[in-house]
Write a protein that binds this ligand. Structure first.
Ligand SMILES: Cc1cc2nc3c(=O)[nH]c(=O)nc-3n(C[C@H](O)[C@H](O)[C@H](O)COP(=O)(O)OP(=O)(O)OC[C@H]3O[C@@H](n4cnc5c(N)ncnc54)[C@H](O)[C@@H]3O)c2cc1C
Ligand SMILES: NC(=O)c1ccc[n+]([C@@H]2O[C@H](COP(=O)([O-])OP(=O)(O)OC[C@H]3O[C@@H](n4cnc5c(N)ncnc54)[C@H](O)[C@@H]3O)[C@@H](O)[C@H]2O)c1
Length: 489
């Protein structure tokens, strides 16, 4: 086991070499080991990647207390005992525990437990099947998997480098609350982090350049989240772009210049403006690919146009869906495909086959842990129509129609939509927005991925009085029946 900087004796040969051990590299190593292959993994920073230390885990650890308090405040009787503000120091301490104070001993131990070799250092391709780490060169008999993830794509604005803006790193590892925080970008990170930092005591301004928030989702998702953020005190400004910025004296407040000619002064600014792949310095040019590009893959995650098909790209780097669970799904399938190819076994790459990442194009689930929560899978109505399906979208107001929702929160505000393929009578997409909807999503993911016929969904009985009775209301609305009275009837 080599676990030292630049470690690994020169000339080491493994069945599989993985560059980058975030959640996706770990899953890939696990699958390849389960297939009986020897595996070396190369990590330049912390085993567990962005997800474990500066993304999913710490962001949810920061959000959870904020949402827990908001939930309690919506229940008469509980509301009365929730007074005062969150204690940021305690929230940060709980977050720090979740990220193990930015130490990866546990994750490295896990790699050892599956007998994968960890080589610490920056990995670069050095021609076909070869990966250089410092002076060492690892050779792969069967596959090299690039799992190097992504970083914040900062817009090219005058003054941005001097300001040293927050990226997802500072937004998730900070130990002090800025008095005034501007968040640029109305996507996933923007809405989650605006809510978290407002809840922790900052005065947050969210600047989104489009008409609304969450532009890739059903329009009501962005509308309800904007309302929730505004109710929590966030100053949400849509149709606003930053055109330049500077920091007084290099360490003082930040002034943002806006496209309408106005200016804003804040203490910190977070750019949540999308991601760029970590492929700029991984030796892509040595195998005929373009440094800095997203890596295009086939249904087994094999990079296209590589002779002998030994190169795979899994997780954020292939740009299919920048989500830990979806990248992990890809890693399970790619790992199994590598194992099958190494053993000379046939592959099943037909849609929904064992070696095809079909869900990437049909059933990607996502939960945004803001207040209200957003849980969506598959296509929005607009995306479905754009893809050429004949569809009907069915909408139901959760607060009005579902007793479980009214019990969950007084004055519950939420909405659900299912998008039905009217030619085949199954679902193409489902979106729920409202407090407590996150755990509903997997029911929808199963319905979409398995293409469960609407007639059969009628036999999937949700429990009374849970929020999942939204399923009945959606089906009734699809059939044109009003259903039984809800809270508002
Ligand atoms: C703030 C934030 C919140 C998020 N929340 C969620 C969420 O709630 N749920 C969800 O599903 N997704 C979430 N995501 C997305 C999720 O973090 C990513 O999809 C996921 O981390 C991708 O995993 P990965 O393994 O591909 O990349 P990463 O997690 O980025 O890991 C890549 C690893 O490769 C290493 N590496 C890179 N280059 C090299 C090299 N040349 N040599 C050696 N090592 C290298 C890096 O150090 C890193 O450890 C969030 C993202 C952000 C930024
Ligand atoms: N809970 C979750 O699942 C979760 C949470 C956070 C992040 N993520 C993942 O991380 C990825 C990255 O998140 P993100 O929020 O950075 O990206 P995003 O693509 O979700 O949103 C970026 C937003 O920034 C806007 N934007 C881009 N350039 C801009 C500019 N110059 N000025 C103003 N606005 C600009 C875009 O229009 C877009 O709305 C997401 O795609 C998501 O998959 C997931």
């Amino acid at each position: 086991m080599s676990d030292a900087p630049g470690g690994g004796p020169a000339g080491d040969t493994y069945d599989v070499v993985v560059i980058g051990v975030g959640p996706i590299g770990m899953n890939l190593a696990d699958r390849a080991r389960a297939g009986g292959l020897s595996v070396a993994v190369v990590e330049r920073e912390l085993v567990g990647g962005e997800c474990a230390y500066w993304a999913c885990i710490p962001s949810k650890a920061l959000l959870r207390p904020v949402v827990a308090v908001a939930d309690a405040r919506r229940v008469e009787g509980a509301r009365q005992v929730v007074d005062g503000a969150l204690d940021p120091a305690t929230v940060f301490a709980r977050r720090d525990a979740f990220v193990h104070d930015w130490h990866d001993d546990g994750q490295a131990r896990w790699l050892r437990s599956i007998s994968a070799t960890l080589v610490r250092g920056h990995g670069r391709l050095a021609g076909p099947r070869r990966v250089a780490v410092g002076d060492a060169v690892l050779t792969a008999r069967h596959a090299v998997a690039v799992c190097t993830g992504s970083h914040t794509a900062l817009p090219d604005l005058p003054g941005i480098a001097e300001v040293r803006p927050w990226t997802n790193r500072e937004a998730t590892d900070a130990h002090a609350v800025p008095a005034r925080l501007a968040v640029v970008g109305g996507g996933a990170i923007g809405v989650e982090m605006a809510g978290a930092w407002q809840g922790l005591g900052a005065d947050v301004i969210l600047l989104a350049r489009g008409d609304g928030l969450l532009p890739r989702m059903e329009p009501f998702a962005g509308e309800l989240v904007a309302r929730g953020l505004a109710d929590a005190g966030v100053d949400v400004r849509t149709g606003t772009s930053v055109v330049g910025l500077c920091r007084k004296g290099g360490t003082g407040p930040v002034t943002l210049r806006l496209d309408d000619g106005g200016e804003l002064e804040v203490d910190e600014v977070l750019f949540a403006t999308g991601r760029a792949p970590n492929t700029g310095d991984i030796g892509l040019e040595t195998v005929g690919l373009t440094p800095g590009s997203w890596l295009e893959v086939d249904e087994t995650c094999r990079v296209r146009d590589i002779d002998d098909g030994w190169l795979y790209a899994v997780g954020d780097v292939n740009h299919h869906a920048l989500l830990t669970h979806q990248g992990s799904y890809q890693a399970r399938i790619a790992g199994n495909a590598i194992g099958a190819r190494a053993a000379g076994r046939p592959l099943d790459t037909a849609p929904w086959g064992a070696h095809a990442i079909t869900a990437d194009s049909h059933a990607v689930p996502q939960v945004l842990f803001c207040d209200p929560e957003v849980a969506a899978v598959g296509l929005s109505a607009e995306q479905a129509e754009h893809a050429g399906h004949r569809v009907r979208a069915v909408d139901v107001d959760l607060g009005e129609k579902v007793p479980g929702a009214s019990l969950y929160a007084d004055g519950y505000k939420g909405q659900a939509r299912m998008v039905v393929d009217t030619d085949h009578d199954h679902l193409l997409g489902v979106t729920f927005v409202g407090p407590g909807v996150a755990e509903l999503l997997h029911s929808a993911t199963i319905a979409v991925a398995a293409q469960v016929p609407i007639d059969r969904l009628w036999h999937a009985v949700p429990c009374f009085p849970t929020i999942s009775e939204i399923w009945l209301r959606l089906l009734e609305a699809y059939r044109g029946s009003g259903g039984l009275p809800g809270r508002g009837d």
